[in-house]
Write a protein that binds this ligand. Structure first.
Ligand code: ZN
Length: 151
């Protein structure tokens, strides 16, 4: 388990330092704005949704390593996925990080690298960091451009 934990930390540090899909997205047609006042994370998520598919997704903003790494991994996981699958992944990720539901091994595999955030469930404050990008994505898909505040 400690090897796995180290691997998890490496992935989070890597994506926290060098976030993927970071920056503006010119032809985005969905926008979400998220703020986690407890930690100071502020993220915007830009989505290009076309024919029900997330064709492209990027994010911008500033936050702690966990919020940035989570948003970075999220964008990697969502690109090319149908909107319904993106929403389902949000539900799974939420269950994984809050520990509200047991996650089966097959589901954990489907989450792939996102599973690195399973460790945050023991740290309620960190859960808000890890899920901020996802809540913001959900708001973007709902075309809700109000600020998402995690409290
Ligand atoms: Zn944070």
């Amino acid at each position: 388990m400690s090897d796995l934990r180290e691997l998890y930390q490496e992935v989070i540090l890597d994506h926290g330092r060098k976030p993927r899909n970071f920056g503006p997205l010119e032809d985005a047609n969905r926008e979400g704005h998220g703020h986690n006042p407890l930690c100071g994370d502020k993220l915007d998520v830009h989505v290009k949704l076309h024919d029900g598919v997330v064709e492209d997704v990027k994010f911008e903003g500033a936050g702690c390593a966990i919020s940035v790494a989570s948003a970075s991994l999220m964008t990697e996981a969502l690109k090319g996925k149908p909107e319904a699958e993106a929403r389902a992944l949000f539900e799974k990720f939420h269950a994984l990080t809050t520990g509200t539901e047991e996650i089966g091994l097959d589901e954990l595999e489907a989450l792939d690298k996102l599973a690195v955030f399973s460790g945050v469930r023991d740290y309620p404050l960190r859960v808000k960091c890890a899920t901020l990008g996802w809540h913001t994505l959900n708001a973007a898909l709902d075309q809700d451009e109000d600020m998402v505040v995690t409290e």
